[in-house]
Design a binder for this molecule. Structure first.
Ligand SMILES: [Zn+2]
Length: 91
């Protein structure tokens, strides 16, 4: 699934008070999706949940609002670890 437009949204402040901004559509004014994404990211920031599940770093602002990992590398390392744990359990 393609990621969202990388330049349409940015995290202005990643410590309280959190602030997530997005580029409004100029002509159409259909900002529902970007606003929803900004709100979702904001909600995760407040829950201290905007961090990579593998390396624990803050997630970059160009990933999906429901992303769990900061990059493919972390996602794959996480998957490898889970696979290994599963294999160890069966052995
Ligand atoms: Zn990471």
């Amino acid at each position: 699934m393609p990621g969202p437009d990388p330049h349409a949204l940015w995290i202005e402040s990643d410590e309280p008070p959190y602030r997530v901004c997005f580029q409004a559509y100029f002509w159409t004014g259909n900002n529902g999706n970007r606003r929803a994404r900004a709100n979702a990211i904001l909600r995760r920031l407040y829950h201290r949940d905007w961090v990579c599940r593998w390396c624990g770093d803050d997630l970059p602002d160009y990933v999906r609002a429901d992303a769990l990992y900061c990059c493919q590398g972390c996602r794959k390392r996480g998957a490898r670890e889970r696979r290994k744990a599963r294999a160890d359990m069966q052995a």
